[in-house]
Design a protein around this ligand. Structure first.
Ligand SMILES: NC(=O)c1ccc[n+]([C@@H]2O[C@H](COP(=O)([O-])OP(=O)(O)OC[C@H]3O[C@@H](n4cnc5c(N)ncnc54)[C@H](OP(=O)(O)O)[C@@H]3O)[C@@H](O)[C@H]2O)c1
Length: 291
């Protein structure tokens, strides 16, 4: 069985690497072709176009920036004969984007599930993502063996679009936490504690999310003046997620006051030129201003 991956950015590359490591036959395509080189070296085939990728794959995974990227790539993939293919769409977008896409996929005689993921590049490389799947039972059953190689936990949460809804929900408290952590650190800055000790204390409290355990060392290093490299998830992507959550709530007739306020903080970071930096740098910027 051949698995196609369209979009080999940070997450797509990590997922492709994981599947290659599990001896899967993998074919990749990326708009910026240079990003497929390391995967080609690791044994992946490279398709020249999205249509060529979709035409030769049994299952196609996509994990790209946003709805516009999905439109561009699927517009080209669905031009090929894709009948019988299964598409697994993993980007973080609004549920309605996945629902509309699934209709187009079905019209071409193919199937689709959405499966946005929790966890970043590290968990993707290790097959320890959290997968939230939306789709028909039969399609989810078909996707499951591949998802099980990528995820430590796969939750089928409803029909197509349900995965996207769940993903926005799990990211919301985490994104609010980045600003909450920034403000907490500003409050205790006069203590001048060693950043490693400070993050360790915060991680051991009820207010400390799991993320502090996995990314705490990186955050502490940024507080000591170090830049986080390589970037695993950038501030601009987190800002996109906040905007997506707010748009989703608005379309259903309610506001997200805390999320909206956090978006303003992320807007300010991007305005200051921090958009391409890793999100673990986010508190360091705020602290620099609060001193
Ligand atoms: N990074 C994380 O920790 C993480 C975790 C969970 C979920 N996510 C979600 O996963 C998705 C990808 O994130 P990422 O961090 O991997 O982003 P990334 O490294 O910036 O990669 C984005 C990918 O989208 C492609 N793309 C963007 N616009 C396109 C267009 N118009 N046409 C064709 N391709 C286009 C890019 O192609 P080029 O290389 O040509 O630009 C690249 O392959 C996002 O929805 C993000 O919210 C990310």
């Amino acid at each position: 069985m051949k698995i196609g991956i369209a979009g080999t950015g940070r997450m797509g590359s990590a997922i492709a690497g994981r599947l290659l490591g599990a001896s899967r036959e993998v074919v990749v395509w990326n708009r910026t072709q240079a990003k497929t080189k390391p995967l080609e070296t690791a044994g992946a085939k490279v398709a020249a176009t999205p249509a060529q990728l979709a035409g030769q794959s049994d299952i196609v995974i996509t994990i790209v920036t946003d709805a516009a990227a999905i439109d561009d790539i699927y517009g080209q993939m669905l031009a090929a004969d894709v009948s019988g293919r299964l598409f697994i769409e993993m980007s973080t977008v609004r549920p309605e984007t996945e629902v509309a896409l699934a209709e187009k996929v079905r019209a071409k005689g193919a199937s689709m599930v959405d499966c946005p993921v929790g966890g970043s590049v590290g968990p993707a490389k290790e097959g320890k993502l959290l997968g939230f799947v939306g789709g028909d039972d039969a399609d989810v059953a078909r996707a499951k063996p591949v998802l099980d190689q990528l995820c430590r936990r796969v939750e089928h949460v409803g029909s197509v679009g349900a995965g996207a809804r769940m993903k926005l929900a799990i990211n919301l408290p985490l994104l609010v936490y980045w600003q909450a952590l920034s403000e907490a650190l500003a409050l205790c800055a006069p203590l001048d504690l060693d950043p490693v000790r400070l993050i360790d204390i915060l991680a051991d409290t009820s207010g400390g999310p799991n993320m502090l355990k996995t990314r705490g060392a990186s955050i502490a290093a940024t507080l000591a003046g170090k830049e986080t490299t390589p970037v695993t998830v950038d501030i601009e992507t987190m800002r996109k997620d906040l905007r997506t959550m707010i748009a989703e709530a608005k379309s259903r007739g309610f506001e997200l006051p805390v999320t909206s306020s956090v978006l303003e903080c992320f807007d300010a970071a991007v305005k200051d030129g921090w958009g391409s930096r890793d999100v673990t740098m986010f508190p360091a910027r705020f602290l620099g201003k609060a001193r």
